[in-house]
Design a protein around this ligand. Structure first.
Ligand code: PLP
Length: 403
């Protein structure tokens, strides 16, 4: 069980006020708040253990390097990767996917096909479109139905002799749908096609095990799992990473450099050019410690209960329409009420101290699917409470009366 009251004490921002109202932070799908231990670890490292990694022989540099490599092992264990060499630090999910699009993309030829889903975040669409423009690669799209569930029959029919990669989100950041990734990976592998998972919305909410999913690539962002911004992870199977050319060139990623020929470092350094965010990676490791101290199973159970509670109570609101009703769903609720514009709803809720997100949530094809411009989205964390959900429901009712 989760002691929410005690957990909330770890997050100073949760007891602040906006417009003189207690903050009700329901925008966790965009970014999560940071516990004190993570913020203080960053400060502490700057005060006592700051030096550039790898290059120095001196004490501080060694210590900073150790922390970076320990963080890599921490992430390896967190996602159950076979080797820390398969853990590449990036700026976030977006950069991780761009790395694959750029580097794996080099292995592709004109006419090769990549399968993506209709419910992807822009960061799992646009890098593939840029690759399509650069290389003449073709995108094939898995559609979803009215409930927000991917059509597995169409998915199976999209494979051809030219399919080179499948890229699907584990959890939709708009619909909340949890996709059956393990089964979808197995299908791709039956065609000898590798699979990339966008895990930005799953890693914060459930146990994610890359060996169990058997995915070939998996990307997530630190800032959505209680770590600072500017740090993220790409997991990749070494059998693929070894074959892929470097992503960026610079320091840290080379073995020898001359004007005639440069040779590259092995994994994971081949993909980490330049001074890494070694402060961020250590803070990420501590954030992962933090969530595991609560327990991913506890987090998942609590957040599901909270989401259920939210759906039940929001359903009472006259004229509410939900987007995404998948049976297997996560802690995200998207909706519109009557013909109230999402931006008006968001702005008025904000005046009541309630932080929700409005708009297309970086997933415009989902909006196109429903013929809408945007939604209001409430997304939950284990530090949210049923009382906060009540405040949201009352807030929406108040706003509705104004129209
Ligand atoms: C937030 C998010 C991203 C992008 O993450 P960044 O941290 O902005 O790089 C990608 N996919 C999903 C599903 C997301 O929710």
């Amino acid at each position: 069980m989760i002691d929410v009251k005690k957990i909330r004490e770890d997050f100073p921002i949760l007891s602040t006020k906006v417009y003189d109202k207690p903050l009700v932070y329901l925008d966790n799908g965009a970014t999560t708040q940071k516990p004190r231990c993570v913020v203080e670890a960053e400060r502490e490292q700057y005060y006592t253990l700051n030096a550039n990694v790898h290059r120095g022989v001196h004490f501080l540099s060694q210590q900073a390097t150790d922390l970076l490599e320990q963080a890599r092992c921490r992430v390896r264990d967190f996602v159950n990767a076979p080797s820390e060499k398969e853990i590449i630090f990036t700026r976030g999910t977006t950069e991780a996917i761009n790395l694959v699009a750029s580097s794996f993309g080099e292995l592709l030829d004109e006419g090769d096909e990549i399968i993506v889903s209709e419910m992807e975040h822009h960061s799992d669409i646009v890098p593939w479109q840029l690759l399509a423009n650069r290389k003449g690669v073709v995108l094939r799209i898995i559609p979803f139905d009215e409930e927000g569930v991917l059509d597995q029959t169409v998915y199976k029919s999209l494979f051809s002799a030219k399919t080179r990669l499948v890229c699907v989100t584990h959890v939709s950041n708009v619909l909340g749908t949890i996709n059956p990734i393990k089964e979808m990976v197995a299908e791709a592998h039956a065609h000898n096609v590798p699979f990339l998972v966008d895990a930005a919305q799953s890693v914060p909410h459930m146990k994610v095990d890359v060996r169990e999913l058997d995915c070939d690539f998996l990307a997530f962002s630190g800032h959505k799992v209680y770590a600072p911004t500017g740090i993220g992870v790409l997991y990749g199977k070494s059998e693929w990473l070894d074959r892929m050319p470097p992503y960026q060139g610079g320091g840290e990623m080379i073995s020898t450099v001359s004007f005639e020929k440069t040779t590259f470092e092995g994994l994971p350094y081949k993909f980490e050019a330049g001074t890494p965010n070694y402060i961020g990676s250590h803070a990420l490791a501590l954030a992962l410690d933090y969530v595991e101290s609560i327990g991913m199973e506890n987090i998942e159970a609590y957040e599901r209960e909270l989401t259920r509670y939210a759906l039940d109570h929001l359903s009472e609101i006259e004229g509410i329409r939900f987007f995404g009703n998948a049976p297997d769903r996560d802690a995200v609720v998207s909706f519109l009420v009557g013909d109230i514009h999402h931006l008006d709803m968001g702005t008025l809720l904000d005046r009541l101290g309630i932080a929700v997100r409005t708009g297309h949530h970086c997933a415009q094809p989902i909006m196109t699917h429903y013929g809408i411009e945007g939604t209001v989205r409430a997304s939950f964390s284990f530090y949210n409470t049923k009382e906060e959900v009540d405040v949201l429901v009352e807030g929406i009712k108040r706003v509705s009366k104004m129209f």
